[in-house]
Design a protein around this ligand. Structure first.
Ligand code: IPD
Ligand code: CA
Ligand code: CA
Length: 289
């Protein structure tokens, strides 16, 4: 480096996707090595809303890895935002206009991580002017790296993914999640669950929204819905689902944007039926808005 040049050396030649994969893979290995070692278990908005020193450390690690290559980009990470829907909506609004925005959930499925239930993931997305162009979700327990690039498809184990072929809810395996808000979002979700359970083949709730979306993309689930999520739970998986031939909207069927919190993602074939069922049950989370 030139003596007068005080700018730190920046590696810029790597592709966005390569950086995302590298960060997710390093973060995932670190998380796996810390399974069963959590020392400090803190709660955020509710007793069911857990955060550990591993969540925070992992986000730091991902930030460093991304900024080494792209110091001018913006980053929205779960651990940098106060808990609660208002704070996350505000935090997203602040960076939504950025040309390049990385959206990071260091551990999606912290409750599972804490309990040693092997279903959690690292989720990293890159949005260009508000549109997701790269999505990476890594499941360290199974060493599965799900990767999507806008216009180039989505892959797992280097193999192109495509959504499943079920044509009706009756044949569908769906997943949902139980959101943190016990008094607000949970009753709405229970109404949706009660209405949908008799209509579908079965319902799962694995505890990682990002992995559920990756599973829809991989054709392992027909669809997924959940209310009360945040941009970092959904962004990477949203691109994965569309690049695999599926559909993602809000729970009322409106187009997906980074601001969507109540999400429905399917193989496309059952999308209208799922959205209709959620409306019938007043379970879109958007009622009265
Ligand atoms: C949670 C997981 C879970 C979903 C919750 C999310 P976190 O994320 O995605 O599956 O049901 O709504 O908050 O807190 O483990 O990153
Ligand atoms: Ca999450
Ligand atoms: Ca998280």
């Amino acid at each position: 480096m030139n003596q007068e040049d005080k700018t730190p050396y920046v590696v810029t030649s790597k592709s966005y996707t390569a950086v995302a994969i590298n960060a997710a893979s390093k973060a995932g290995e670190w998380i796996k090595s810390r399974l069963g070692t959590v020392k400090q278990l803190n709660t955020k908005s509710a007793v069911s809303d857990l955060v550990t020193e591993v969540d925070k450390g992992t986000e730091q690690m991902i930030r460093k890895l991304i900024f080494t290559h792209f110091p001018d980009h913006a980053l929205l990470g779960e651990e940098g935002v106060e808990p609660g829907p208002e704070a996350s909506t505000k935090a997203l609004a602040k960076v939504a206009e950025e040309e390049y925005l990385w959206i990071v959930d260091p551990i999606d499925g912290t409750t599972n991580f804490v309990h040693g239930f092997p279903f959690f993931s690292v989720s990293i997305a890159l949005a260009h002017k508000g549109e997701v162009i790269v999505g990476v979700i890594y499941d360290p327990s199974r060493d599965e790296m799900f990767v999507a690039e806008k216009g180039k498809g989505a892959y797992v184990h280097g193999k192109r993914m495509s959504v499943s072929e079920e044509a009706s809810l009756e044949q569908s395996l769906l997943a949902t999640g139980f959101p943190v808000g016990r008094d607000s979002t949970l009753p709405v979700n229970m109404a949706g669950l009660a209405h949908l359970a008799p209509k579908v083949r079965n319902i799962r709730s694995g505890g990682s929204a990002a992995l559920h979306l990756a599973y829809v993309a991989a054709g392992r689930l027909t669809g997924f819905w959940e209310i009360g999520l945040n941009a970092w739970d959904i962004a990477a998986g949203a691109l994965m689902v569309t690049e695999s031939g599926g559909q993602i909207t809000d729970t009322a069927g409106n187009p997906y944007t980074l601001a969507v919190r109540h999400v429905a993602a399917t193989n496309g074939a059952v999308h209208a039926e799922l959205v209709q069922a959620l409306k019938e049950a007043s379970a879109t989370g958007l009622e009265g808005k």
